[in-house]
Design a protein around this ligand. Structure first.
Ligand SMILES: C[S@@+](CC[C@H](N)C(=O)[O-])C[C@H]1O[C@@H](n2cnc3c(N)ncnc32)[C@H](O)[C@@H]1O
Length: 314
């Protein structure tokens, strides 16, 4: 961190050393520079190639959309532009999603008919992109350890009308072992005497759910590794409808799980996109001691390393 700009940053020595060791430019944590980092939006398939729709959004946002050539459906917008109050966003025609997040999903190379597992799914931006890529084929299983976060993901599926081939489990990803159902259905003998899963219906429309969440606040609750996965959502073609509970929770339908497992697995245990810069910038309000305790604490990051190792080595 040789430059004068970086030297003027109120970053602790140890953090600057860490950035230097990893070839990262400390000036990205300068809030003036970070404020010029563009934001990105992803347009829903069907809208993303429509020039008319792009022009409509430009009028609505009062800015120009710059197409990200290497990432289908993505556009960059100036950092100060807010999308949440626009009609296109409210109507589920666009997502606020970082290009780096999109790149991770794109790199999975999802193809038609794939059975995909998203192990750290909430709040669901990547999950929605995966479902958009799958279209009307394959299946997607979303897992998250935090129930309130996965509930937000379910709301997102409803908002974007995307959940048809998806199921969501509150579970610890390090021990999640349920296989995709589409591969197993032939092996199931539906026992008519037992109660089976009926079509999932929301207790409340998603807009009401969003409003009441804001009113009531949220309680953070994480599941233990040993707890049985809790199914909080399943779509009509997710393979769940018509199964009994014991069929759903059978972890293997064949001795060879290589044939019956997932085709692609996404493990997004912690943020790696431009949003992480904003997390670090909280030091300006919190001070470094608090930031270190809340975010950079060695014990917490050790847990994260183990989580990523466990998930990836399965
Ligand atoms: C960076 S966020 C994921 C963002 C998400 N992929 C998206 O695109 O919106 C990390 C998520 O991992 C979840 N998580 C952390 N440890 C977990 C575990 N052991 N099992 C399952 N989920 C976990 C957190 O609750 C959090 O929701």
């Amino acid at each position: 961190m040789e430059t004068a700009a970086a030297a003027s940053l109120p970053l602790p020595e140890a953090f600057i050393e860490f950035l230097n060791q990893n070839g990262l430019d400390p000036s990205i944590y300068n809030s003036t520079i970070a404020q010029s980092t563009p934001r990105y939006i992803r347009l829903k398939p069907g809208y993303s190639d429509s020039e008319t729709f792009v022009s409509e959004i430009e009028i609505e946002l009062n800015c120009k959309l710059d197409k990200v050539e290497w990432l289908p459906g993505f556009y960059s917008i100036p950092p100060h532009i807010q999308i949440a109050s626009t009609e296109s966003y409210k109507q589920g025609k666009m997502y606020g999603m970082d290009a780096a997040s999109g790149a991770a999903v794109f790199a999975l190379n999802v193809s038609s008919g794939d059975h995909v597992l998203d192990l750290c799914a909430a709040p669901g931006a990547k999950l929605c992109m995966l479902l958009d890529l799958l279209g009307s084929s394959g299946s997607l299983t979303g897992v998250d350890i935090a129930k309130h976060r996965l509930a937000a993901c379910r709301t997102m599926l409803q908002k974007y009308a995307l959940g048809d081939r998806c199921r969501l489990f509150v579970a610890n990803g390090t021990s999640f072992s349920l296989l995709p159902l589409q591969n197993c259905t032939d092996a199931f003998l539906i026992e008519e005497t037992k109660e089976t899963f009926k079509e999932w219906t929301p207790k409340r429309p998603w807009k009401e759910r969003k409003a009441s969440k804001a009113r009531d606040g949220i309680t953070s609750k994480l599941v233990a590794g040993t707890q049985e996965p809790e199914l909080i959502f399943y779509g009509r073609h997710s393979g769940v409808v018509g199964l009994t509970k014991s069929e759903l929770f059978r972890i293997s339908c064949s001795s060879d799980s290589l044939d019956t497992g997932y085709d692609k697995v996404l493990v997004d245990a912690e943020c790696t996109h431009d949003g992480s810069i904003k997390h670090i910038q909280k030091f300006e309000d919190w001070g470094w001691d608090t930031l270190e305790r809340r975010i950079l604490d060695a014990q917490r990051t050790d847990i994260l390393t183990n989580l990523q190792f466990n998930c990836c080595s399965k």
